[in-house]
Design a protein around this ligand. Sequence first.
Ligand code: NAD
Length: 422
Amino acid sequence: MSNPAAPARLNPAAMARQQVALASQHLDIDPGVMQKITATKRELTVHFPVRMDDGSLRMFTGYRVQHNDTRGPFKGGIRYHPDTEIDEVRALAMWMTWKAAVVNIPFGGAKGGVQCNPKEMSPRELERLTRRFTWELLPVLGPERDIPAPDVYTNPQVMAWIMDTYSIMHGHTVPGVVTGKPLELGGSLGRFEATGRGVFITACEAAKVLGMNIEGARVAVQGSGNVGGVAARFFARAGAKVVAISDSHGGVFNAKGLDVERVLSCKNQYQCFISDRLEASDITNGELLELDCDILVPAALECVITGANAGKVRARIIVEGANGPTTPEADEVLHDNRVFMVPDILANAGGVTVSYFEWVQNLQNLLWNEEEIDRRLSEIMRKAFNEVLAISQQKNLPMRIAALMLGIERVAKAQELRGVYP
Ligand code: NAD
């Protein structure tokens, strides 16, 4: 029985729609076009069996939501998480559409997920799950159609299995069907670091706006995976003090700054942080968000900064490594408290940007060097940041609304040019 006293679970799809409604108040877009570009184009839910190592069969549920492909093929990650559900995937797919438009790369938006707990599955079980899920998605995937990538609890190995399964079904190798692959299979240099690097680049731009020095800035990072872990490394290398970092169980804190390499190698070796060995104290994920710091990087899951805790955030800058970590209610509080927000669809767009580079290289059988990739990524991230900042300053609007306006307007313009068939 549901507990009437318990707070209602925040619905990411409702949150994504609310954000669009707020941004569209400042845009002059034909209502029909607006309806077309905010509606989800296609949703696929699949229930499929996987043979477990003990010989039993287990059913799993997976989703692929294709939000919009007006500006190019659908693009978006696949996550494996026990709590993944359709509304979460819908929201993530819509955010991908705006994100690709904000950095002005020719992709649409999609997202996928499988309800499973990869921490409790063996590598062989994960391989069988991935291959069967890919097979279920075959009618909607393709290098010109829909190109997945890694997200929470998926990685380059999972992408390799997707690429192999798709290729076998088509009788030839198709590297461009997925990005975030291992380098040996057509992955791009710099893709693994891309999202964390983009978070760092946009954090530096935000610091410039506030006249803050990155060297010595105190940074708290929630999450230590592909986005959080890599971003923490970039901050530490630039001389910032990473004072806290966490995983799903909680984190570690040291006001003088953590040794990020040691912290991450401890996590890698023991699958957890051992505070005694790291000259740190334990901290909960909730406490981390409220730490006295300069820059806060939520880089785990959505809806962690809410109306309940936004007033306790002490950071001057928030850089959203995760998708959807801040609710609209929290946004209002943070704006009133003059916290500078670098919103997800801008801050974490480095991943989709280098995914685009990977896809371009795959389609043309080219190999770019890391220098070229980093240069192009920096250029794109800085340009997008400054375009969003200009809208925000000219119209005196929060950075999230400005980013959404930029993204939505680009998709609307493309829609108007394409028209409606027939
Ligand atoms: P990951 O699987 O590599 O890491 C996830 C991290 O979050 C891990 O450290 C995990 O321990 C932590 N975590 C999980 N549940 C948590 C909880 N309840 N509280 C606190 N921490 C928790 O995933 P990732 O690729 O780093 O993705 C993190 C976020 O960044 C997601 O919102 C994802 O959608 C977003 N994102 C990822 C990419 C990418 O390229 N990987 C690109 C853009 C956005």
